[in-house]
Every structure is written in structure tokens, then in C-alpha cells.
Design a protein around this ligand. Structure first.
Ligand code: APR
Ligand code: ZN
Length: 250
């Protein structure tokens, strides 16, 4: 199976990756659908919604501050680095991710499409103010603060610049992802349950336009039925073995 996947990758002319929370599991970032009970009594699905934010912004902000703190200390793992290397080798053209954790960027991937936003960015609920707290150097101060975060321009409430359940994805980002998927002759799907739409259309589009689907996941997922090669394995281990073979083939 690994050999087959390596051959497909080495032969492909326009490969893309499609990643989900599972690729960051080995970096210590909890996945969503395996997350139960980790954060107090709430499920992320109940907190990551516009309704929850309207009803109890304190609760939602304490959840996001908790996740920001946890993710800030996480380091990319072998799978993130493998994708950066595949791009450097000219095989991978882009990483389309559902993750907000910035670990693809930390690992050195260059063309990254973040379908669901980025946890280190905040934006104003009234004006067009946006800030990347990692880049502005305000992350520490932001995490220590207990009050609701306010816009420095207009004083309104800030929110995380991520896509919540029930919200549309940024149109340009989604269009770019769909275009890449139409063009791709191969998609490497890593660590996603493949049940959240429209993101989950990405591998389907690749498949429907004649491309191959390689999946890495220790469990079966919504993508498994369309996978040409299914590597039933944690991401780090699978990608390390795959890279050894791809390097030899190139
Ligand atoms: N390596 C690879 N895959 C793994 C690993 C691992 N070490 N550990 C777990 N997985 C797999 C699980 O088997 C599961 O299929 O990762 C997947 C994680 O699934 P979800 O938690 O549903 O995450 P994801 O698919 O990214 O969720 C999609 O839902 O909550 C929203 O917006 C959020 O972007 C997120 C979207
Ligand atoms: Zn504002």
C-alpha cells in the first residue's frame, strides 16, 4: 500500500493535500470529534457557533483562549514536515486545510489554503478591523486578559477569525480550493473525518475529475469509500514511511 501510494505521488504532476484535525493529533492538538469532555462539559460543536457567541461570549472566548494557549505550544510533527518537503520537491502544489492551528505554516508549507480561518487571528464584529496576534506580538497579553476583547478602532466586541458551524466559508478561499481540486491529479487526504461540508467536497472533486485519492487515517472516514489507496495508520508514521519511498523514487 505504501509503495503504491509513493508511486502515485512520484508520478503525479499536480498533487494537493487536504488535511483535518487528525494531522495535528500527534502534535497534541485534540481533534473535534474525538474531543468529548476535554473542555469542561461542552462539545466544540456547541461552542463554535454564532448563536453560542451571541448568547454567551464569555464562554466562547474562554474556550478559544484555552485553545489558542494549547495550540501556541504545539509543534508541527513529521506529517506537517513531510507536506512541506513534498512541496519543496515540486510534487505538492498546495495544502488545503480545515485546521486553524497554523502548523502547516510553522512546518514551512508555502501555499496554504485555510478553509476555516486561523485561530491566531481576531476580527471586529462591527468594523473591518483584523489582527493576527502572532504577528502583532500581542498574543501573551491577549491570553492573560480575562475580559471580553474589544476592537482598538471602534470598541466593539472582537471575535475569533474562524468559520463557525452554520457560517459560510470565505468565498474566494473556497473558489481557490475548488479550482485546485479540479486541476489536481492526486489528493493526499490526511486526518479528516470528511463529514463537514463544503470542505469535504474537495477530495470528491478530485476523484470526479479523474484524479487519485490517497487517504491516511487510523480509522475509516467519510472519504474512505472513494480512496484509491487507504493507509490505515497515524499520520506521522505513514508520512515518514511514504517519504522514504518517495525520496528513493525521485
Ligand atoms: N493521524 C491521522 N488521523 C488521525 C489521527 C492521527 N494520528 N488521530 C485521529 N485521526 C483522524 C480521526 O480518525 C478522524 O477521522 O482524524 C479525524 C479527525 O476528525 P475530526 O475531529 O472530525 O476533524 P476534522 O475532520 O478536521 O473536522 C472538520 O469540523 O469541527 C469542525 O471546523 C472544524 O475543521 C473542523 C471540521
Ligand atoms: Zn471595530
Amino acid at each position: 500500500m505504501i509503495e503504491e501510494a509513493a508511486k502515485l505521488l512520484a508520478r503525479s504532476r499536480f498533487a494537493i493535500a487536504f488535511t483535518g484535525a487528525g494531522i495535528s493529533a500527534e502534535s497534541g492538538v485534540p481533534t473535534f470529534r474525538g474531543f468529548n469532555g476535554l473542555w469542561k462539559k461542552h462539545r466544540p460543536e456547541e461552542l463554535a457557533t454564532p448563536e453560542a457567541f451571541r448568547k454567551d461570549p464569555h464562554l466562547v472566548w474562554s474556550f478559544y483562549r484555552w485553545r489558542m494557549g494549547l495550540i501556541r505550544n504545539a509543534k508541527p510533527n513529521r506529517a506537517h514536515y513531510a507536506l512541506a518537503e513534498l512541496e519543496e520537491m515540486g510534487i505538492l502544489k498546495a495544502v488545503i486545510t480545515q485546521n486553524v492551528d497554523d502548523l502547516h505554516r510553522e512546518a514551512g508549507s508555502r501555499r496554504i489554503i485555510e478553509l476555516h480561518g486561523n485561530i491566531f487571528r481576531v476580527r471586529c464584529t462591527s468594523c473591518s478591523y483584523r489582527e493576527n496576534l502572532k504577528e502583532s506580538g500581542r498574543l501573551d497579553e491577549f491570553l492573560e486578559e480575562k475580559d471580553l476583547p474589544k476592537c482598538p478602532e471602534c470598541g466593539s466586541l472582537l471575535r475569533p477569525d474562524v468559520v463557525w458551524f452554520g457560517e459560510p466559508l470565505p468565498r474566494k478561499t473556497l473558489e481557490e480550493a475548488f479550482k485546485l481540486a479540479e486541476r489536481a491529479d492526486l489528493v493526499l487526504v490526511i486526518g479528516t473525518s470528511g463529514v463537514v461540508y463544503p470542505a469535504a467536497y474537495i477530495p470528491q472533486i478530485v476523484k470526479e475529475t479523474g484524479g487519485k485519492v490517497i487517504e491516511v487515517n487510523p480509522e475509516e472516514s467519510g472519504i474512505t469509500p472513494i480512496a484509491d489507496v487507504f493507509l490505515r495508520c497515524p499520520a506521522g508514521e505513514a508520512m515518514e514511511k511514504l517519504m522514504e519511498r518517495v525520496r528513493r523514487l525521485m
